[in-house]
Design a binder for this molecule. Structure first.
Ligand SMILES: Nc1ncnc2c1ncn2[C@@H]1O[C@H](COP(=O)(O)OP(=O)(O)OP(=O)(O)O)[C@@H](O)[C@H]1O
Length: 337
């Protein structure tokens, strides 16, 4: 029996802690995921995303914290948690040597469905996941996208109301990724709760109702994608040059800018306001510099991620701490922030 109501959180973690030896991976994480929503845990490699999924899905135990999934205490009643959830990990549960259909029927057996019910559910899911034509072929002949779809279809055999998706689209091409997004949205519109880990910021932006950024064992920030974007001044103006000499002159003069020598482009922090754009344009005119292209970028989740996760610098050379020489124009934070 589940003890959640439509309005109670499907997943709750208070003070989740986990260490491997003396390496503290999760240092008191708090998470609350309302039923029927998508929660995304973002973080750089090794941040502890998979560890969080493994703990909440009862695969490993926590060192501390109160954890409830589907209304059940993870430490006290792991069996009930397991009955309420589905997990699709980074490593597929698909057996490549048997067909997609056989994989599905095996899953139906594991869930103790009758032969008839198992065949019905398998056929329905194979149809829903566009795998009917491939159903009788060995799963090892499937493309990456088909394997992921089969993996998720297998997870759905038990009709779980809470699903943990650990990097479900890693390695998929853009079309397969978009297909998977469609499937995830459909699940949620049916009332399923999704706990999603991803390294694709675009994916969290597209799908998640709520995002938490994990860094150094703690949640560095959380909120909706828009709330997170408002947290940091990631907006910028990008100036691109085709003439290397003009690029060098501008780079020398615009000391607040990040440089990209290969693309001959400069990135100037800016909130994109008319006032700041005018300041940049006025300065370019005064200095007699003509950029070939000027684009304005508002902050995106990438900016948030790079700002919040330490040691994950953008691949540009940031030079804002270079000393300014008094005879060179300096764009202060007041006019070209
Ligand atoms: N069984 C284990 N024993 C010791 N250390 C482990 C174990 N599992 C994970 N770790 C370490 O814990 C940290 C968190 O790992 P985890 O797999 O949870 O990170 P992640 O955020 O999922 O990373 P990725 O995005 O690379 O999958 C890493 O430093 C990892 O090396």
């Amino acid at each position: 029996m589940t003890t959640t109501t439509p309005h109670s959180p499907a997943i709750v973690a208070n003070g989740l802690r986990k260490a491997y030896g003396d390496k503290l991976v999760l240092d008191g994480i708090d998470v609350s995921v309302p039923a029927g929503t998508i929660f995304s845990l973002l973080g750089p490699n090794g941040a502890g995303k998979t560890t969080a999924v493994k703990i909440l899905s009862t695969l490993i135990s926590a060192d501390g914290g109160e954890l409830r999934v589907g209304g059940h205490d993870v430490a006290v009643d792991p069996q009930a948690v397991r009955a309420a959830i589905g997990v699709t990990g980074q490593f597929s549960a698909v057996d490549g040597l048997i067909t997609g259909e056989e994989n599905m029927l095996l899953m139906a057996d594991l869930h103790h469905l009758s032969k008839r019910e198992g065949r019905r559910v398998a056929a329905q899911l194979l149809e829903r996941f566009d795998l009917v034509d491939a159903a009788r072929k060995p799963a090892q002949s499937y493309s990456g996208g088909m394997k992921r779809r089969l993996d998720l279809a297998m997870t759905l055999v038990g009709n779980p109301r809470i699903i943990f998706l650990d990097e479900p689209t890693t390695g998929l091409d853009p079309r397969s990724r978009h297909n998977m997004w469609g499937i995830i949205r459909e699940l949620v519109s049916d009332g399923v709760t999704v706990f999603l880990t991803t390294q694709y910021l675009e994916e969290a932006d597209e799908l998640a109702h709520h995002i938490a950024v994990l860094n150094d064992g703690k949640i560095a920030a959380e909120g909706t994608a828009d709330e997170l974007k408002r947290l940091i001044p990631g907006g910028h103006v990008r100036l691109r040059f085709s003439d290397p000499a003009a690029y060098r002159t501008a780079a020398e003069a615009l000391r607040e800018a990040s440089t990209d020598d290969e693309a001959l482009s400069l990135r100037i922090p800016s909130d994109g306001s008319q006032r700041e754009l005018r300041a940049v344009l006025d300065w370019l005119d005064t200095a007699g510099i003509e950029a070939d292209e000027l684009t304005v970028h508002t902050p995106d989740l990438d900016d948030v991620f790079f700002a919040l996760t330490s040691g994950s610098g953008r691949p540009t050379t940031h030079r804002s701490n270079r000393p300014n020489q008094s005879n060179q124009p300096h764009q202060s934070k007041e006019n070209v922030r």
